[in-house]
Ligand binder design. Structure first.
Ligand code: PGA
Length: 223
């Protein structure tokens, strides 16, 4: 059986209390679900301010989960007000998202900025996940995981077709020599299997459906 990455992208949601309650619910729910953790890597990407407390929680409760950040600074440590550089983050995370379409659009992150971020992440974060909206967007060197997220599918309830996602994932793998491609955009517990059963798709990036712990557990179980 192949290995899958199931990545929760909480975006700008959840207070500290809500985040801890989510993890408590996941912990309780785990006993009721049969999840093959050997072959499924579960990653949660919360707001950056939650990383220390959640990393502590995951460690002390020995939960089979990893953390990721939703972004990484293009700068190092120093006079960059508001930025969170890789060197301050890396102790809490194994993964980080780069180039999510919301950041490309709302924060005007272009190829040049994303290349700097990827460069920094590749040198300091175990597994950066570079997001693209199509196979035409550039993937920087050194990236091993790409998330294909077509804009029209994000948060709309209208996912891409599994067949099209399969083709784009296969094209990305071939074009950039990438071992892992994830699909993201309106993934739910109902449709997840249609994507993860595709031979070129190695997991999913889940936004809205990851906010409810029980729905997220179902996504993981059904993947
Ligand atoms: P969605 O978001 O699952 O709510 O469509 C996915 C994402 O933006 O990563």
């Amino acid at each position: 059986m192949k290995n899958l990455f199931i990545v929760a992208n909480w975006k700008a949601n959840k207070t500290e209390e809500e985040a801890l309650l989510w993890f408590k619910n996941i912990e309780e729910g785990l006993s009721k679900h049969t999840i093959d953790f050997e072959h499924k890597e579960i990653v949660v990407c919360p707001s950056v301010f939650l990383l220390p407390i959640l990393s502590h929680y995951i460690r002390t409760q020995e939960l089979p989960m990893q953390l990721g950040s939703q972004d990484i600074s293009q700068f190092g440590r120093g006079p960059y007000t508001g930025e969170v550089p890789a060197s301050l983050l890396h102790k809490y995370i194994r993964f980080c998202l780069i180039g999510h379409s919301e950041r490309r659009k709302l924060l005007h992150e272009d190829d040049k900025i994303l290349e700097k971020k990827a460069d920094i992440a590749v040198g300091s974060i175990a597994l950066p996940i570079f997001c693209v909206e199509s196979h035409k967007q550039k993937v920087p060197e050194g990236i091993k995981i790409v998330a294909y997220e077509p804009v029209g599918a994000i948060g709309t309830g209208s996912p891409d077709t599994p067949e099209n996602a399969r083709i784009v994932a296969a094209t990305l793998k071939e074009k950039y020599d990438i071992p892992y491609v994830l699909y993201g955009g309106s993934v739910t517990s109902q449709n997840v299997k249609s994507f993860t059963s595709m031979p070129s798709i190695d997991g999913v990036l889940v936004g809205g459906a990851s906010l409810d712990p029980l729905e997220f557990l179902k996504v993981v179980e059904n993947a």
